[in-house]
Design a protein around this ligand. Sequence first.
Ligand code: SF4
Length: 330
Amino acid sequence: MKPLKILLAAPRGFCAGVDRAIQIVEEALSKWGAPVYVRHEIVHNHHVVSRLEDMGAVFVEELDECPDDRPVVFSAHGVPKAVPAAASARDMVFVDATCPLVSKVHVEAERHHKSGREIVLIGHAGHPEVIGTMGQLPDGAMTLIETVEDVSAFTPKDATNLAFVTQTTLSVDDTAEIVEALQARFPEISAPHKEDICYATTNRQEAVKVMAERADLFLVIGAETSSNSKRLVEVAVRAGSDDARLVASAENVDWDWFDGVETLGLTAGASAPEDLVQGLIAACRARYDITVEEVTLIGLLGSKRLRPINAIRDRRIPSTCERALHLCDF
Ligand code: SF4
């Protein structure tokens, strides 16, 4: 068999917010029995959603699809204020699984609004988190900016009374460019006290950056609908990987991609479970003589000081620092 080196990123995969949301659905099922309704995919991962469906969760897009007499869970991405208000009006039991790091952005936006500032939200149109964040305030209070070009086209009501917040799962580098453009055009714009892009997103992108140059091919396990997974693919290409692709699981790999590949970079988005990573490694093992090198970022969370350490291993045990990083996602 041909040799294949796999560089395995750590941290990778499930973040604390996703873990928490899944646990909330599991606990709701154990407390109230099936069915428990879940508004929107609890996390962007088909495998996770299917497992919860087997346990009795019913996924719906809108609250109107839920009966009044069954509990409903709101997803980790957050919901517009109108949603819990409608559930209360119908006297429904509901549980909010919004990630605390998304709720933090909601609180910030509200604080700026109360201070009379017009708000810019940096994010992707149509993403559930963006819909939820914009839905915290009345229509017109917040303007969505997706690109540097949008910054040039934006006409605020009062250029001296602006603030910005961001989606939590953006590309750190793309967002920095947009923020720079905003601050150049509107020097008085108020910025978040602490970056809105969450630690889980930042750390997973940093881990990809330190490995990408060594990889002939980079695979990111994650769903098409997962913003943070798609950003990891972009980061891998930008940081020097010859090729980078998003795959839902080992079954979706086209093995022609591996032609001429000696080193594979591998990571998983914040909503992808570790068994999908291990499944992909097993599929590689069936075809190649593999060596797995886990590239782990350790450092001080909350500061940008992260550094890579390498450990050669071929087994499934997250390192202590991976667990520490995971716990520190909040
Ligand atoms: Fe929370 Fe970040 Fe995970 Fe989203 S990616 S659920 S904001 S920890």
